[in-house]
Design a protein around this ligand. Structure first.
Ligand SMILES: [Zn+2]
Length: 106
């Protein structure tokens, strides 16, 4: 009986799994932010900041550019796509398997 109860205990915080928030805290840390950066001559750039997410940004940016039919670059841990593609890029990330809670449009 006691053994069975132990299965539902989180090894990180030793709270019952139902009460544990470790996973949601982890997800909060991994939020991807999407925002518009105004450039010279009023041109908009959509920036996708991956924060501390580990992702193959070179590969992702290639796909994102194709998805938005626009140009773009990788800078540090961000992908920049020319034009306002915030909603499109969110959809793109959702299609890749990122969850809605992990993506924030600012
Ligand atoms: Zn926990």
């Amino acid at each position: 009986m006691a053994k069975k109860e132990l299965i539902g205990i989180c090894p990180k915080c030793s709270l019952p799994i139902e009460l544990c928030v470790c996973e949601s805290l982890e997800q909060e840390k991994q939020t991807i932010t999407i925002f518009i950066d105004k450039r010279k001559w009023g041109r908009a750039m959509t920036v996708v900041n991956f924060g501390n997410q580990k992702a193959n940004l070179k590969k992702l940016s290639k796909k994102a550019k194709g998805y938005c039919a626009s140009g773009g670059t990788v800078k540090g841990n961000t992908i920049e796509i020319q034009g306002d593609h915030r909603r499109k890029l969110k959809k793109f990330l959702l299609n890749l398997g990122y969850t809605d809670e992990n993506i924030e449009i600012i």
